[in-house]
Structure formats: structure tokens, C-alpha cells
Design a protein around this ligand. Structure first.
Ligand code: CA
Length: 386
């Protein structure tokens, strides 16, 4: 049986400041940062992964606890490695940063495995159901405190997405119910009826205000309402689903098949959005997607990272089963394509993952199908003082 022992694991913390900050309901973002993991096998093949989470903490967990468990192990035995890492911190880390750290390692192992065997990750995951994927623009964050100025900026931004061929986009709300209704109404007016529009609260409301804003947004044909309330309160999600016709979505703050089973059992969400680089990597996200499929729930992964995370999402989305048959099979899962400022999102790739006319190709080269520009990685590396 083929074996590839892990020779080395390296963490890279990258960061870059951005000129124009933008806000979700939780905070203003002034910089972008990311934890990247590089795993090299004894065969000389390197796999790349990344985590969605606080990079310095994640690097610490991997460097101190996971690297000693990885070196010398068979890189192709991904299930066994996943269980070994999870078991090592099960009593202390069933969600959050521990699972995010495992996610980065897991994605890197799938990349290494695909490159070693000469096939794409989508092929390893079961083979593609689709080779091109519709992208939706994630943007339309709050950009100015003054509401008139902010509205002008966001409508210009939305026009830009339309001009570039995007057929769906997502706006940040959760800035007060009147702001939310005014912004969604203005955007729907600009976009017309045929462009997909979704809204994301970043869990900025409690159930009472979430229910009110959802009802007031019902006439604007939203594709979904994302993270209306805090992720811990699944019964509030379930109650909100009963109270509004807008599909309720969430999942970027949930982890592993166990966390998603709770969501599905409670009928808490109509669309689940696991982040492959946070929920447990490709290994666990495939299980989450399969669970969702069994419950008849759509899976649209959350993506907030570099080209590594985008590529990982493309390979998983490629293999997602249809949630309906027959005429309505035209529903296809989408890629979350972040278009907010991010200096190294695509700069660390030798060839960017481009969206053309709102669609993006699943990479066909072995592994994740991307090549990392190591010089660019060095440019954005955070220097450690030891
Ligand atoms: Ca979100």
C-alpha cells in the first residue's frame, strides 16, 4: 500500500493592512490576516491548507500540539490523522480554534494526497457533479457612518458587480432595522428581479428584532437571511424559520458533523454554510454536506480567505449532490466569492482563480489545483520576534 510519511509541517502567519476599512455588524476590518499550513511528504510533494480563525492562536496550537503528532505519520491516511488530532484535544476543543487548526492541516493533506496520486481533490471526494460553479459576490459591507454616503458607495459597488457579470451578491446588514430595510430595498431596486440578493446579519440581532427585520424584508425576494442571531441559540433559529418566509442560513460559526447534526435535527436552518477551513477541513465538511443532503438541506460553504480556501470550497461544491430532482434540478450550490479588499487573497497564487461572467471553473490539476507563489508568501509573512 502506498504510504507517504510526513516529513515537515510549517505554519505561516500572513497579514496585510487595507486602505479602506469596512464593517459588519460586529466590527470594522482594518487588515486581513490568515494562517497557512504547508505539509511536505517524504516524496517531496507539498500540500497547502489554511484556517479561518485567529492566525497567531492557531499557529500556536499547531506548532505546540499537532506537529509532534504529525511528523512521521502517513500523509495519505487522512481519516486516521483527523481522528488522532481531534482525540488529542477532544475534552478541551470540540469547536472553535482547535477545529480550525485541524481544518488547515486537513486541507493541506488532501492537497498533498491529490498531488501524490495525480488527481484533483474533487476526484478524490467522489468525482465532480459539476465543473463550473456560479459565484456570488460577498461585499456590500458598511463603508461609511453617514448613511447617505454609505448608500451611494454600496450602490456603486453593486453596479460594479453587475458590470463584471456577477448574477448574485450579498449585503451586510445588522446595523439597525431601518438601515437594513432601506439598504435592501435600494439594492433590490437597482438590481431588478433577476439578480440574486442575500443579506447577512453576522448574528447582530436577538430573536425579537431578527423576527421584525425578517418580516420587513420579506417583499424583497432575498435568497437567504444569514446568521440573524447568535450561533449558540439554535432554538431561536428554528423559531425564526417558523416566523418568516425568507430562508434562514448559518453555519460559519459551527463545527464538525456533531455541531451540524444539532442544527439539522432542530430544523434550525434551511441552508447550512460550513467553512471548510474552520468546520473540520474537507474530511469533516464532506460529512457535514452528506448529513445536510440526508436532511434535504442546501449546503453553500462559507468562504473567507485566500485562494487556498477558495480552491478547497470549489472542490467540495463540485461534488455536492442535487437537493432536488427533475425540473428544479437547476438549483445549483454557489461559491461565496469575497470581493472586499484583501492584498494577498490571490497574490499568493501563481495563477489567480478567476470568475468570468459570474462563473468559476473547478481547478483540474492534481490536489487543490493551485500553485503557491512562495515569494509572495514571504512578502506578507508576519515576522515573529521569537
Ligand atoms: Ca457570514
Amino acid at each position: 500500500m502506498t504510504q507517504v510519511k510526513i516529513a515537515a509541517v510549517r505554519t505561516h502567519v500572513l497579514s496585510a493592512s487595507i486602505d479602506a476599512p469596512f464593517a459588519s455588524s460586529q466590527r470594522w476590518d482594518h487588515s486581513r490576516s490568515q494562517l497557512i499550513v504547508e505539509i511536505t511528504g517524504e516524496n517531496g510533494v507539498t500540500g497547502w491548507g489554511e484556517a479561518y480563525g485567529p492566525p497567531a492562536i492557531l499557529a500556536r496550537i499547531i506548532d505546540s500540539t499537532f506537529i509532534p503528532l504529525l511528523v512521521g505519520e502517513d500523509a495519505l491516511a487522512i481519516e486516521a490523522i483527523w481522528a488522532r488530532l481531534y482525540d488529542s484535544l477532544r475534552d478541551h476543543g470540540q469547536r472553535g480554534v482547535v477545529i480550525q487548526a485541524i481544518s488547515a492541516i486537513d486541507v493541506a493533506l488532501w492537497d498533498l494526497k491529490g498531488k501524490t496520486l495525480g488527481v484533483s481533490v474533487a476526484t478524490l471526494l467522489g468525482g465532480p457533479v459539476r465543473k463550473r460553479i456560479r459565484a456570488y459576490a460577498t461585499g456590500l459591507y458598511r463603508r461609511a457612518i453617514d448613511r447617505t454616503e454609505n448608500r451611494r458607495l454600496l450602490l456603486d459597488e453593486a453596479k460594479g458587480y453587475l458590470d463584471s457579470g456577477m448574477s448574485a451578491m450579498k449585503v451586510k446588514i445588522g446595523f439597525g432595522r431601518d438601515y437594513d430595510v432601506e439598504m435592501v430595498e435600494s439594492l433590490r431596486q437597482l438590481l431588478g428581479p433577476d439578480i440574486g440578493l442575500m443579506a447577512d446579519c453576522n448574528h447582530g440581532y436577538d430573536l425579537t428584532h431578527a423576527r421584525d427585520v425578517a418580516r420587513r424584508l420579506e417583499s424583497f425576494d432575498l435568497g437567504w437571511l444569514e446568521e440573524p442571531v447568535v450561533p449558540e441559540n439554535l432554538s431561536a433559529y428554528a423559531r425564526l424559520r417558523d416566523a418568516t418566509s425568507i430562508p434562514i442560513a448559518g453555519g460559519e460559526s459551527h463545527f464538525t458533523r456533531h455541531g451540524f447534526l444539532d442544527i439539522l435535527r432542530l430544523d434550525a436552518m434551511e441552508i447550512v454554510q460550513p467553512d471548510i477551513c474552520a468546520a473540520g477541513g474537507l474530511t469533516e465538511s464532506k460529512k457535514i454536506a452528506d448529513l445536510a443532503s440526508a436532511f434535504g438541506v442546501r449546503c453553500v460553504p462559507h468562504v473567507w480567505g485566500t485562494g487556498i480556501g477558495i480552491a478547497a470550497a470549489l472542490h467540495l461544491i463540485a461534488v455536492l449532490p442535487h437537493t432536488a430532482t427533475g425540473w428544479d434540478k437547476q438549483y445549483e450550490p454557489m461559491l461565496e466569492y469575497d470581493l472586499t479588499p484583501h492584498p494577498f487573497r490571490q497574490a499568493i497564487l501563481r495563477q489567480p482563480l478567476a470568475v468570468v461572467d459570474g462563473m468559476i471553473q473547478v481547478p483540474e490539476a492534481p490536489g487543490l489545483g493551485i500553485e503557491i507563489d512562495v515569494a509572495a508568501l514571504e512578502t506578507f509573512r508576519v515576522r515573529s520576534d521569537g
